[in-house]
Design a protein around this ligand. Sequence first.
Ligand code: LAN
Length: 741
Amino acid sequence: MYMPTEAQVSTLWPQCDLPESGKLPFTDYSRWRLLVNDGGRHTWHYLRTDEECKEWPQNDVDKYWIGIPLNLPDLPKPKDALDAARNGYTFYKHLQSHDGHWPGEYGGPMFLLPGLVIGSYVTGMSFTEVERLEMIRYLFNRANPEDGGWGIHIEGHSTVFGTALNYAALRILGVKADHPVAAKARSTLHKLGGATGAPAWGKFWLAILNVYDWAGLNPVPVELWLLPEWLPIHPHRWWIHTRTVYVPMSYLYGIRFKMQENDLIRALREELYPTNYYQIHWPSQRNNICAADLYSPHTTILDVMNSILSIYEGCSIPPLRRAALKRAYHLIVMEDENTEYQTLGPVSKMMNLICRAHLEGPDSEAYKQHAIKRADFMWLGQEGMMMCGTNGSQLWDIGFITQALVETDLAKEEANKESLSRALGWLDICQIRENPKHYETSYRHTTKGAWPFSTKEQGYTVSDCTGEGLKAVLYLQNQVEGTEKIISDERLFDAVDVMLTMQNPNGGFASYELVRGPKWLEWLNPAEVFGDIMIEFCYPECTTSVITSLSIFRKHYPDYRPADISKTIKGAIQFLHKAQKPEGGWVGSWGICFTYATQFALESLSLVGETYSNSSYARRACEFILSWQREDGGWGESYKSCEQGAWIQHENSQVVQTCWATMALMYAKYPDPEPIQKAVKLVMNRQLPDGSWPQEAIEGVFNKNCTISYPNFKFSFPIWMLGRAHHYLQELEESKSAAKL
Ligand code: LAN
């Protein structure tokens, strides 16, 4: 069993003297380059010499994302909305990568970087000095200015989860305990009650680091993997992210993995708690969760189950545990191999690495591959280096901008042809062509024909990513004259086939798989900080994307499975009708919030002919949207709307949400031009002279309680909305004049 030694640790992770704040870069930002290769992989590299810098000059993509001004000339002042959209794309083309897609930052959650740092520390996997410094700077910059703590996400209030884990990360990265940033964070942590109040996932990472005792965690029984698969509680029925995290987590709990003690660990035991670490009564900390952290309190059933499992832990049967550990390890290996060591997400990525490093050691192929792919999650931004929510949002971003170009007719303009043909080339390589290497044995859903959220290598089917990928390809290949059809009909049929396998009996679509488990499994949700994570749920956004793409597909391919497609669309529309809130909107689960889901809903309703004039669903939705338009013509919802499932106003109107709301009205063919004109004005006023838009509030969300950034949305949706609005308002004008005649 491998474990880094104390001597190794102190050379790999030296303590350093640092400035008091992270305002200025800790490294030379002119030396950083984003390498884009192998189907959209993103990795940041620091060039050491001037020769290297000359050979590999910094381009606009590098510069933009790390905040170096592009110094582009001012564009001619737009005369109308289409002009403004055109300017937007003129700028956005500078951010397109040579391979055709648009790279981007995918930060937001504040519980991921500690996993990266702790996971690397306990496996002896070091970082370069410049990476370490920029991670420290990121944490400095992201500490809440008032109290110096960190929340669960960049806009959230300080919690124990955020503060204890990021504090530990800072210290591992080399910040001394008496540095002002560390001291301020520590004082907030103590005010919150110290690390004993961390939620289960926080307790887990601290236990791995050996600064929290495993006896202070509720059991994570690996034996569940040995249960018969027909049981409703069997983990293969859980939401894929929860089960993919649970596999290595239960393995590491099962072996009670902990880092060997060293000076830093002994120091952290003192710093993370306001009381004496060695006198803490651990079993009574299991259900101690700080009020600032709590989102989904335990149910009584969960508490009872935990008590029973705790008794079992005291007398677990060794051969059974061994067999279960073996099974879990096999699942980990299969997951690594299915995803070329990307794994499904950043949490499982680091946990799988710990398992593999522990059993197979640092010379193993698994360790080496994990080290290579770890870089795919590390993104350098203006504030420093962060850990991303996935290995990128490549497909998602390219899907929207390409559709925007086609729907606005900007795709027809000569100046945009080359860029779009590169984009189609990227969509081509991103489609998944086969089922996974380990398929049914690792409980995977079919992948042949699907588009993933990020890259083909990551390789997971997502219902709406397949929908958006398919729609983008259909648009580019069929609606842009002169485009070569590089993606064959058969491959489009494969995409349709995979979507058709994903409809649930209620007509709705979930994210990665069919809903496999019963609703009551949510009562057993042990992660106090997230909501709705135990099983797949049907989401309006996923469902609408399937309706929309299938509706467009059947226009171009009326003979391919027409009966199945029509039945699927019908069922999905029924689901969508039912999911509408009495007030008229749809709650978004992946974007903030009502404006996001409602625009997709109205898009798909319009494709089956339901609009303002003939559908009570569309009418109510328009009225709902209009009721939230502000004086300035914009819309603005806080991320808190997602936490509470009710509209909560943001302090300011937001460009991206204004675009979603306006698109919703246009999809529904809302007849009054005024609210649309007002919104167009606002979005045009916020555009900068170079055609770009500045970053505003965070755009995305997951698991109800954590936000996530989609910084590319501030380009794709304004371009899309402005271009559409231009044509839409013209059409309204024309029909008004025709009516007068
Ligand atoms: C994502 C990002 C994309 C998102 C959409 C495609 C937008 C959505 O419509 C379906 C669900 C999906 C694919 C999704 C699921 C959950 C993810 C992967 C994320 C929000 C990105 C990060 C998040 C993941 C769970 C973060 C890691 C944290 C854990 C709790 C495991």
